[in-house]
Design a protein around this ligand. Structure first.
Ligand code: NAD
Length: 502
């Protein structure tokens, strides 16, 4: 048994759901979590059923009645304590994320750092849930708006960011006065259980209600149960576009609120004015980091023909130096894919790309287990496979001559998450960021597509789902807005000059 598994309280666990303090076995089947690094079973848990789910909803409902009355800065103090608990557990949790998901140790630790950072952000935010005041058109009247909590926030998360995405939602939702029900990916249940264990000490020591944080270990059917339940005010779902469409349909049928963070197909445009010393490391990290399993992974490189040869040569050389293997070994840059299905998707995509005219410049091979070689494919055009998000380290190279063609290629995919341009020409940079430029939620200049900071609003357009999470004013999605008008005069003037004499 690895030490970090013991440190995180994951020995002999056998529960399918937790309402904050009480951990209960789910009534469903056993779920064993295997490490994609070596296929070793790490620990087992049980799946919860829709009956267990109903009990969780009741716990959340009664917690909400209490929590919404706690002043927002006091809610922030609880989140501050949670941030401290994550600081203490950063090493162990980072190792678990790396071992259970397969990302490099540095990226596992980076995920936990994101939790700590969003806690800090949320603490400050807890004193800044500002509404506007407006001047009334009527004398002796005052108008303002205020934000109230929504109620229960359901969080559905994906395997590739097994802890950070939850925290972007939960920490903000909590300071806003909501309670959270989290359904993590069934591929990474232990990372979620570890987070729940870490915050349960804070819940307990502050005598907070059961149900402030509920964790449900389950598959798509529990995600659907959350989406269809009328007591779940907001469903924030991160995952594939296929999942997002199913969740949106279910939530919309009851006119509930949803926030969707779905697939990306991110590109970097490299112009003839790019500094290739910046471009090469940005492309390599963007394309191979997390073995190409980030929503913001660089999947397409749109290169000006004049720099294509030099850039591809340098990329091929850099790919040749990548160290692939055990993600817990800090010497390795690239870990495994999550499972054998992902390996199959990798080989199928490469086959399709070659059938559609692609030429493999590097990689294209499965190593052993879930490990694959990061791959570069030169494409004659933006064919069907290039428009599809394959969750693997495959980088497609497209060539352009004219700036308008580059922008056309960048935008001519169904997804709209992250994008970047590498140029030292201010006109190209500004055009890229203008209304005629990138249509993505994230557009960068001289930095790559992946690795967003928590301070900005995170999310994308089109099939990426349109939601925004994390920083800036993304908190507004977790609250309901109320407009208030107060008459402190002795008459009752009506708006729009209407007279109504009695
Ligand atoms: P997935 O869609 O298979 O699963 C994501 C979550 O949704 C899991 O918890 C799963 O159980 C649940 N789910 C699946 N089908 C469902 C349904 N019909 N109803 C309700 N819940 C359902 O995705 P994945 O393979 O875990 O993650 C990879 C995908 O997530 C990629 O497409 C990636 O781009 C995307 N992603 C997006 C972001 C973002 O912020 N935009 C972040 C991380 C991952």
């Amino acid at each position: 048994m690895k030490e970090f598994i013991r440190d995180l309280g994951l020995e002999n666990i056998n529960y399918g759901y937790s309402t904050g303090l009480k951990n209960r076995a789910g009534a469903g089947e056993e779920l064993i979590s295997y490490s994609p690094a070596d296929q070793t079973p790490i620990a087992s848990t049980t799946l919860c059923t829709t009956t267990d789910f109903e009990e969780a909803i009741q716990a959340a409902k009664s917690a909400y009645v209490q929590w919404r009355n706690v002043p927002a800065p006091k809610r922030g103090e609880i989140v501050r304590q949670m941030g401290e608990a994550f600081r203490k557990n950063k090493q162990a949790l980072g190792q678990l994320v790396s071992y259970e998901m397969g990302k490099s140790l540095q990226e596992g630790l980076g995920e936990v750092q994101e939790i700590i950072d969003i806690c800090d952000f949320a603490v400050g935010l807890s004193r800044q849930l500002y509404g506007l005041t407006m001047h009334s058109e009527r004398p002796e009247h005052r108008m303002y708006e205020q934000y109230h909590p929504l109620g229960i926030v359901g969080i559905i998360s994906a395997f590739n960011f097994p802890v950070a995405v939850w925290s972007w939602n939960a920490m903000i939702a909590w300071v806003c006065g909501n309670v959270c029900i989290w359904k993590p990916s069934e591929k990474t249940p232990l990372s979620a259980i570890a987070c729940q264990n870490i915050i349960s000490s804070v819940i307990e020591s502050n005598q907070l209600p059961e149900g402030l944080s509920t964790l449900l270990i389950g598959g798509p059917e529990i995600g659907q149960a959350l989406s269809s339940h009328e007591d779940v005010a907001l469903v924030s779902a991160t995952g594939s576009t296929r999942m997002g469409k199913a969740v949106a349909k279910t939530v919309a049928s009851r006119l509930g609120k949803y926030l969707l963070e779905l697939g990306g197909n991110n590109s970097i445009i490299v112009t003839e004015n790019a500094d290739l010393n910046l471009t090469v490391p940005a492309v390599v990290f963007g394309a191979v980091g997390t073995a190409g399993q980030r929503c913001t992974t660089t999947r397409r490189l749109i290169v000006h023909q004049s720099v294509k040869e030099e850039l591809t040569q340098r990329l091929v050389k850099a790919y040749g130096q990548l160290k692939i293997g055990d993600p817990l070994d800090p010497a390795h840059h690239v870990g495994p894919l999550i499972d054998q299905d992902a390996v199959l998707n990798y080989t199928n995509a490469i086959e399709a790309a070659v059938a559609q005219g692609g030429e493999i410049l590097f990689g294209g091979e499965v190593l052993e287990g879930n490990y694959v070689l990061p791959t570069i494919i030169d494409m004659p055009a933006q064919t069907e496979i290039v428009k599809h998000e394959t969750f693997a380290p495959i980088l497609y190279i497209l060539t352009y001559e004219d700036w308008n063609d580059a922008i056309f290629l960048q935008n001519d995919v169904p997804q709209g998450l992250s994008s970047a341009v590498f140029t030292q020409n201010i006109r190209e940079a500004e055009r890229f960021l203008s209304a005629n430029g990138s249509d993505c939620g994230i557009a960068n200049v001289n930095i790559g597509t992946s690795g967003a900071e928590i301070g900005g609003a995170f999310g994308g357009e089109k099939e990426t789902g349109g939601g925004r999470e994390s920083g800036s004013d993304a908190w507004k999605a977790y609250m309901r807005r109320q407009t208030n008008t107060i008459n402190y005069g002795t008459t009752l003037p009506l708006a729009q000059g209407i007279k109504f004499d009695l």
